[in-house]
Write a protein that binds this ligand. Structure first.
Ligand code: PMP
Length: 381
């Protein structure tokens, strides 16, 4: 099978699997215990924290290990709603945030959530954002770095600077950026989050960096009283190893992007009426969100699966839900178009040949779907 669903999760690197196994076999003691075994594990855990923090240019004490971006996003929004922002102060979030931001915002801020619109390419426009900021300064602004369905880059750096100048907290969900693009600059965000499994690390482990301490899980006082619960050292060690290996050299972005662009070009010529969402915007080199001219996305996904390709219907998180993702409505697609979205996303182990094969498979899938429809229409007497 060729795997093109890397925005939902990536294959754990071999080095990561080995590191998790070794840590589970040797460094399984409780890092919060005062005996020598525990102290040794704590030292390794703090080394992981320092290594990751250093490469992000943040203080190690601002980096908390979590179970992943969902927890990190919930943690920061709910903690700030409770502790930091004045009652009634609004939160400004982009209309296309991941549900771990949007749903938490609605849950914690109720009627004080204001959505920042995006254009038809799925990009937040600074002018719209500034107008909303002028109308009323919010307690918190949240914008993702890269959109998980479109791969479109958002102006998070400009938004971070704008918020900093006005003393407004800025949270960035950096889940799709980390491991795929250079991670410098995030220290200018008040807080940011990511998950290890998006860059070859294990599942169930991630990071919240917050310039001010926030606390969200009461318990045994682990993670400097911020997040109670016995620390998942094997997972943290696996993340450290993935972090060390993940850096896809920026000199390779161009080549990887060309493979994706050639795939899209090939489909444009062979599938008339195809749209690529965010085609005109700056996009991550690995993602293509296709709006196909015919047939529902579930039909495409199942047909491509049979042909040996794992692709997704858009946001993998929303696949199990009945309502379509918020993206389609936010960029002005009709409901029918929303049901024809197919996302393909590569990673560092995807080859040029994989992309070429995928383009051929789309054409084959279309021919098969058309022929099945024709046959279904023939009434046998
Ligand atoms: N934010 C974004 C942008 C994501 O793509 C995802 C994963 N789809 C998450 C948050 C949540 O990550 P996790 O499932 O690892 O908690």
């Amino acid at each position: 099978m060729a795997y093109f669903d890397n925005n939902s999760t990536t294959r754990p690197l071999l080095e990561v699997l080995q590191a998790v196994q070794i840590a589970s076999e040797i460094s399984w003691a409780n890092p919060s215990s005062p005996h020598r075994q525990g102290i040794r594990v704590r030292a390794l855990m703090e080394k992981a924290r320092e290594e990751i923090a250093q490469s992000l240019a943040v203080e190690p004490k601002t980096l908390t290990f979590t179970s992943g971006a969902t927890e990190s996003n919930n943690a920061i929004l709910s903690s700030l709603a409770k502790d930091g922002s004045e009652p009634g102060k609004s939160i400004l979030v982009s209309a296309i945030e991941h549900p771990s931001i949007l749903e938490t915002a609605h849950h914690c801020y109720g009627g004080n959530v204001r959505l920042i619109p995006v254009n038809s390419d799925g990009v937040l426009e600074m002018e719209d954002f500034k107008k909303l900021m002028d109308l009323e300064l919010p307690g918190l602004v949240s914008l993702m770095a890269v959109h998980n369905e479109t791969g479109v880059l958002q102006p998070w750096q400009e938004v971070a600077d704008f918020c900093k100048d006005r003393g407004v907290w800025f949270h960035c969900d950096a889940t799709q950026w980390m491991g795929k693009l250079d991670h410098c600059g995030f220290h200018s965000c008040s807080s940011f989050s990511f998950s290890a499994h998006k860059f070859g690390g294990p599942k169930g482990v991630g990071v919240l960096v917050s310039s001010e301490p926030v606390s969200w899980i009461k318990g045994g006082g682990q993670e400097a009283e911020k997040r109670g619960g016995t620390e998942n050292f094997p997972g943290i060690e696996g993340m450290r190893v993935a972090w060390k290996h993940q850096c896809i050299s920026s000199s390779d972005y161009g080549k990887l992007e060309d493979w994706r662009n050639n795939f899209e070009q090939s489909l444009f010529t062979q599938i008339p009426g195809l749209k690529v969402i965010g085609h005109k915007a700056l996009r991550l080199w690995n993602t293509s969100l296709l709006c196909l001219p015919d047939f529902e996305n579930v039909q495409w996904v199942s047909k491509l699966d049979k042909l040996g390709f794992s692709v997704s219907t858009g946001s993998a998180c929303s696949t199990a839900r009945e309502h379509p993702s918020t993206l389609a409505g936010a960029i002005g697609l009709s409901k029918a178009e929303g049901r024809r979205l197919v996302r393909v996303s590569s990673y560092s182990d995807t080859t040029e040949q994989d992309w070429l094969n995928l383009a051929n498979a789309f054409v084959e899938a279309l021919l098969e779907l058309e022929s099945e429809r024709q046959n279904a229409g023939v009434i046998t007497l």
